[in-house]
Design a protein around this ligand. Structure first.
Ligand code: ADP
Ligand code: MG
Length: 353
């Protein structure tokens, strides 16, 4: 049975509905990310799980128990926020002990648990420090330890890394994932950063205007985006308009070049327009554009991005970007040059809305 269940959750603030029929089941020990642009309702869903907001409709259950009539302090939930929300007048050990003290646990138990938590986040040596004496990354590790100390059933993290600089963000997200797996704690992680969500989640919920557009494993979300929104939001993508030529044979044209799709487009009629998606890392430069899944075009520009070179080419008025790995021995394509891009049929997705 699933551990955390959100059924038909809705939330309105006055006349504005910001969460619309949100459904999700999360397994025990699973790490799920809510991914979406600012304002799509991620924090609102998280706050409803924690009990800081009550849903306008729907139910939330944890381990089979409805949370409806439980106040936040009656729910067994740990939460970490974006801004460092440590108590500034308490040292690290007292911050981590806070939840246990409120719960009235015996002092010996609290001391042991604080020690255990500080060792988990590798900050044993900073127990006496105050928040202002620590870096942002260290403060967020303490916030994590404070949330975990009372052994919550569910851990909620609301963009915990977004105030940190890039290097720390990457190392801390990996640390969070490791700790989560070590404890086996059911976790919901909110982020607007697709790379963050793709790299550490068991599953991702891509949210769009208060709805879950797609729920799936990172590779499913990336390789098989269900909607135009997901395709655009997760990763860089070429959206290409194609004209249907022969629906029975899945033949279309891009510009004036014919391409065969792998997906059936049997429902379409000759002359219809279809949206196709192609990731820039799909395909590679070929000597010619022979075959059913190749396009030739004129290079518009080539940008050196470090590990990859992104080239934009014009195919009959459609600009398509593609990437190739940097190779110091090979000159990148130059503007004006004609190149051929070869890919496999499965890399060209049909986007249906
Ligand atoms: N207490 C509130 N009163 C009115 N509107 C709110 C309140 N909280 C959030 N909203 C609105 O709900 C929408 C979703 O907000 P939020 O859940 O914070 O989005 P996200 O976390 O995805 O950025 C936004 O349009 C926001 O302005
Ligand atoms: Mg938010």
């Amino acid at each position: 049975m699933s551990f955390l269940t959100l059924s038909n959750i809705q939330k309105s603030f006055g006349p504005v509905q910001v969460v619309k029929d949100f459904n999700m089941t999360i397994e025990k020990g699973e790490f799920v990310s809510f991914l979406g642009p600012s304002g799509c309702g991620k924090t609102t869903v998280l706050r409803m799980i924690a009990g800081f907001e009550s849903p306008s409709g729907g139910t939330i259950a944890i381990d089979g128990k409805s949370q409806q009539n439980l106040k936040p302090n009656q729910r067994n939930i740990g939460m970490v926020f974006q801004a460092y929300a440590l108590f500034p007048n308490m040292n690290v050990a007292d911050n981590v002990a806070f939840g246990l003290k409120i719960a009235g646990r015996p002092k010996a138990e609290i001391d042991a648990r604080v020690k255990e938590m500080l060792s988990l986040i590798h900050l044993d040596h900073l127990a006496e420090r105050y928040p202002f004496q620590m870096s942002g990354g260290q403060q967020q590790r303490v916030a994590l330890a404070r949330a975990l100390a009372p052994k919550p059933q569910v851990l909620l993290l609301d963009e915990p890394l977004s105030a940190l600089d890039a290097k720390i963000r990457v190392s801390l997200r990996e640390e969070i994932r490791m700790i989560q797996q070590q404890l086996g704690i059911t976790t919901v992680f909110v982020t607007h950063d697709q790379e963050e969500a793709l790299s550490i989640s068991d599953r991702i919920v891509v949210m769009n205007a208060g709805r879950a557009d797609q729920i799936g494993k990172p590779a499913e979300i990336y390789n098989r985006p269900a909607t135009r929104f997901v395709a655009n939001f997760v990763g860089t993508l070429n959206l290409i308009e194609a004209k249907v030529v022969d629906p029975a044979a899945n033949r279309v044209t891009i510009g004036d070049q014919g391409v065969t799709l792998r997906e059936s487009i049997g429902g379409a009629k000759a002359g219809d327009t279809l949206s196709l998606a192609l990731r820039p890392e799909s395909g590679s430069i070929a000597p010619d554009a022979k075959g059913d899944t190749a396009l030739s075009g004129k290079v518009v520009s080539s940008n050196f991005l470090g590990s990859v070179i992104r080239t934009r080419m014009d195919v009959g008025g459609h600009v398509i970007s593609f990437d190739m790995f940097n190779n110091p021995g090979i000159a990148p394509p130059s503007a004006g040059q004609t190149v051929a891009l070869k890919f496999t049929a499965s890399e060209l997705l049909v986007i249906r809305d």
